[in-house]
Design a protein around this ligand. Structure first.
Ligand SMILES: Nc1ncnc2c1ncn2[C@@H]1O[C@H](COP(=O)(O)OP(=O)(O)O)[C@@H](O)[C@H]1O
Ligand SMILES: [Mg+2]
Length: 282
C-alpha cells in the first residue's frame, strides 16, 4: 500500500527526515512511535502529498506522493493532529459538508456519531465541544467516505480511558474490514495494542521496525524477582526467567519452601524504545 525508499526531507537547510525505508502492507495497522518532535506528523504529511519537496521515493496507492491527484484523496481518510472542523457549524453539519466532497457517501452520520459516543451531541455547534469530543469528531470525519487507507495522527491523544478504549475498538473494527491504517503515537500502550508493526522514530530517523511482540522479545526473556526471610529480615533476588534453573539461591528457597513472594515482569515497548534509541517516549 505504501513503499518508502531513501526518503529524506528538510524544512530548513538542516536535513530532518533522513534516509527512511519502510513498507506498509495492505490490511495492517502500521505505527510511527516516537517522542514529540520526532518527525511522525512530518512523515504523514509527506505521504499525504502535503510536503512535495522530498528526495528519494514515497509511493502510496501506486503513485509517487508528490504527484497525487483527486482519486488519491477520494480513497484516503485523514485524522489530523488538530481539529479541522468548522466551529460555528454543528457536528452533523460538518460531517454533511465533508461527506459532500466525496463522490459517494457510504456511511450514515448517525452511525458514525454513535460509534464514538456522540449520538446525543450531533446537533451541537463544534465550538461547544470539549477537546475530547472534538478529537472524536475529527476521527469520524476521516471515516465518512469509508476509505481504504486511513492516516491517524495521535488519535487517542487527550482522551480519557473510556473514550480512548472506544476509539481503539473502532480502529480495530476498521482493520477487520480490511482497511490499511497508518497511525502515529507517542503512547506505547496504543502501539502495543493496535499495531501489527511499529517503526521507532527519533530525530527524523527510523531506529527499529518490527512487530511489538518481536521488539519486546528482542530484549530477551522476562525477569523474575523473588523474596524470602533471612533471620526475620526480608531479602530479594532476581534472575532471568529463562535461566531460573541456574539460580542457586532460588533453587534452594524452592526446595526448602521458603519463598515469601515471586513474580515475573516482562519488558514493555517503552523499555525497548529506551534501549534502542536512548530516548524516552514523552
Ligand atoms: N512547517 C514547518 N516548518 C519548520 N519546521 C517544522 C514545520 N513543521 C514541523 N517542524 C519541525 O519539525 C519537527 C518535527 O515535527 P513533527 O513532524 O510535527 O514531529 P512529531 O509529529 O513527531 O511530534 C519539530 O521540531 C517541528 O518544529
Ligand atoms: Mg505530531
Amino acid at each position: 500500500m505504501i513503499q518508502v525508499s531513501n526518503l529524506s526531507f528538510s524544512y530548513t537547510k538542516k536535513p530532518f527526515i533522513q534516509d527512511m525505508n519502510f513498507e506498509v502492507h495492505e490490511g495492517e495497522i502500521f505505527g510511527f512511535l516516537g517522542p514529540s518532535g520526532a518527525g511522525k506528523s512530518t512523515l504523514q504529511k509527506i505521504l499525504l502529498g502535503m510536503l512535495p519537496g522530498y528526495t528519494g521515493s514515497a509511493i502510496a496507492c501506486g503513485t509517487e506522493c508528490n504527484r497525487h491527484d483527486q482519486d488519491f484523496y477520494q480513497s484516503i481518510g485523514v485524522d489530523f493532529e488538530y481539529s479541522t472542523m468548522y466551529e460555528k457549524l454543528t457536528a452533523r453539519e460538518n460531517l454533511e459538508f465533508f461527506s459532500s466532497l466525496y463522490r459517494q457517501r457510504v456511511r450514515s452520520i448517525d452511525e458514525l456519531l454513535s460509534l464514538v459516543g456522540l449520538e446525543n451531541d450531533g446537533d451541537k455547534k463544534v465550538t461547544a465541544y470539549s477537546k475530547g469530543m472534538k478529537s472524536r469528531l475529527n476521527f469520524i470525519k476521516a471515516l465518512v467516505h469509508d476509505p481504504k487507507l486511513l492516516f491517524l495522527d495521535e488519535p487517542t491523544s487527550g482522551l480519557d480511558p473510556t473514550n480512548s478504549r472506544m476509539m481503539k475498538d473502532v480502529i480495530l473494527e476498521e482493520k477487520k474490514k480490511g482497511k490499511t491504517i497508518l497511525l502515529t503515537t507517542h503512547n506505547m500502550q496504543d502501539a502495543t495494542e493496535l499495531c501489527d508493526r511499529v517503526a521507532f522514530i527519533v530525530g527524523g530517523k527510523i531506529f527499529a521496525l518490527d512487530s511489538p511482540h518481536n521488539l519486546i522479545m528482542s530484549r530477551g526473556a522476562a525477569k523474575i524477582t523473588y523474596s524470602w526471610l533471612d533471620n526475620d529480615i526480608e531479602k530479594t533476588g532476581s534472575c532471568q526467567l529463562d535461566r531460573a534453573s541456574e539460580d542457586v539461591t532460588l533453587k534452594g528457597l524452592i526446595n526448602e519452601n521458603r519463598l515469601l513472594s515471586i513474580h515475573s515482569s516482562e519488558p514493555t515497548l517503552n523499555d525497548i524504545f529506551i534501549d534502542i534509541t536512548g530516548k524516552t517516549l514523552v
